[in-house]
Design a protein around this ligand. Structure first.
Ligand code: NAD
Length: 490
């Protein structure tokens, strides 16, 4: 019988009050590996109560002491990285190397958040009038929450949580119901760092838990990462309920290849970007826009390199690409490939029939490439979120940029070129939150803020580093007068 996962509330493992259980499926085998509660209002209520109760004592704990827990958190994750990565691969399907990569990004965020005693500092102006000083202090907001997607079960909660608690907030993590085991194991391991009860809580579930978080009066700040439709819902409902919300949404990222680009580097990086994590990365290359003769130079090479990528079980060392997350996802992606063909695209590489020996029930799709894609077609406009790359050819850099700028999404855009001026123009005028120059995945490094533009993001402050600190604190301006004569009178 598979395990039923529990919530972690007020330092205790507690059974959900939800009566509905969902299966957690290993996408490589199609088999259930655990059951997770569908979530409910009462679970969120309990977690919010515990976090609210713990908040006053936690915010009065000096920042220098709060970060001591983060130093221990880093050590716990480092010491257990292999086990956590294995669980991540089991439930998400990504390769073990990709799961280990996530661990590194999560740990880097803890490291940056350890600098909170400095990061929370603010400004001071002496003598704004005679004997009067003015300064800003940053204070925590209360209970924060993050709602995360399936594709980075380890990393994404760490874009927010370490900063929030280091700033003196208490916190609730709501993992994706498709991959809840990884965060559950992380919370089990984190028990050893002895955070005060209620500072860090976890509730499972899907829409019901999310909607309860969005309405709860004790939760003033919410970080969301997921699809654009849900990001919009979370942003609109959360802000309508008076909360601050940062909601990161979907993507359709383009890589522009100029005729002067270094072929070898470009081809290798494009294939890694498009097919890493089976294309289920919000920064994955989804469209390659070749400019002029770049098309002849690289298209065939991209196909050959993509063909050499091995699809299979993520724990096997020789595998480059695991399955997609669910059967529904697989069916949706296969349907989109067929739609693309029906819309007139050329099927340059067909990964639809891939079979993995020993894993016949897994949700595998091999690398697939569509050429001559029409920019008005559904396959061009839709976020596929799978191992499907589309290729388009245009005549000029300006045309390529116009295509990117017209797209409803703006998560990332990359250019491959040897020309500094082309790169500069691209960086300056492209409407996307992350730009790569001779880089295929403009990855979120912990010491920089991270998020997209347009329908890839709703809110103001992004995740990670200085933005996470600003998001999880509110500023108070103080003006003070101290008169020497008053002291003398005593
Ligand atoms: P999703 O939107 O289906 O789910 C995200 C979270 O929202 C989950 O925790 C889920 O439980 C919850 N949820 C789902 N449906 C809901 C609903 N109707 N109401 C309330 N809550 C709901 O996303 P996903 O499929 O888990 O993740 C893939 C998506 O995330 C892709 O679109 C990808 O581009 C995006 N993503 C974006 C970034 C980024 O930084 N912009 C990073 C990673 C993933």
């Amino acid at each position: 019988m598979s395990t039923t996962l529990k919530n972690y509330i007020n330092g205790q493992w507690t059974r959900s009050k939800s009566v509905t259980l969902l299966e957690v499926i290993n996408p490589a085998t199609g088999q259930s590996v655990a059951k997770v509660p569908a979530g409910c209002n009462d679970d969120v209520q309990d977690a919010a109560d515990a976090a609210h109760e713990a908040w006053q004592a936690w915010r009065n704990t000096p920042a220098t002491q709060r970060v001591q827990y983060l130093f221990k958190m880093k050590q716990v994750l480092e010491a257990n990285a292999d086990e956590i990565a294995q669980i991540c691969t089991k439930e998400s399907g990504k390769t073990y190397a990709e799961s280990k990569g996530e661990m590194i990004r999560a740990i880097e965020n803890i490291e940056v958040a350890c600098g909170i005693p400095t990061l929370m500092q603010s400004v001071f102006s002496e003598d704004i009038a005679t004997g009067v000083d003015e300064f800003v202090i940053r204070q925590p907001l209360g209970v924060g929450a993050c709602i995360s997607p399936f594709n980075f079960p380890i990393m994404i909660p760490f874009w927010f949580m370490p900063y929030a608690i280091a700033c003196g907030n208490t916190y609730i993590v709501k993992p994706s119901e498709k991959v809840p085991m990884t965060m559950t194991r992380i919370f089990e391991l984190l028990e050893s760092i002895n955070l005060p009860k209620g500072v860090l809580n976890m509730v499972h579930g899907g829409k019901e838990s999310v909607d309860a978080i969005l309405k709860h009066p004790f939760i003033p700040a919410i970080s969301f990462v997921g699809s654009t439709a849900v990001a919009k819902h979370v942003y609109q409902t959360g802000t309508a309920n008076g909360k601050r919300v940062q909601a990161q949404g979907g993507a359709k990222n383009a890589i522009v290849v100029m005729p002067d680009a270094d072929e070898e580097t470009t081809v290798k990086i494009i294939v890694d970007s498009a097919f890493g994590c089976a294309g289920q990365r919000c920064l994955a290359a989804s469209v390659v826009v070749t400019v002029g003769e770049a098309s002849e130079k690289i298209t065939e090479k991209i196909i050959r390199m993509a063909q050499s990528k091995k699809t299979g079980y993520g724990m096997s060392h020789e595998v480059d690409m695991g399955p997609v997350i669910t059967l529904e996802s697989k069916e949706r992606i296969l349907k989109l490939i067929q739609t693309g063909i029906d819309e007139g695209a050329k099927l340059l590489l067909d990964g639809r029939a891939v079979k993995v020996t020993g894993f016949e029930d897994g949700y595998f799709i091999g690398p697939t490439i569509l050429g001559d894609v029409n920019v008005e077609s559904l396959v061009y406009k839709t976020e596929i979120f799978g191992p499907v790359l589309t290729i388009i050819n245009v005549n000029t850099l300006e045309e390529a940029m116009e295509l990117i700028n017209k797209n409803r999404y703006g998560n990332s855009a990359c250019i491959f070129t040897r020309s500094g001026s082309a790169a500069r123009k691209f960086r300056h005028d492209t409407l996307a939150g992350n730009i790569g120059v001779n880089i295929g995945v403009a990855a979120p490094m912990a010491f920089f803020p991270f998020s997209g533009w347009k329908e890839s993001f709703f809110g103001d402050l992004h995740g990670q580093s200085s933005h996470a600190v600003e998001f999880y604190t509110q500023t108070k301006v103080v003006i003070e007068r101290w008169n020497e004569e008053w002291s003398r009178k005593f």
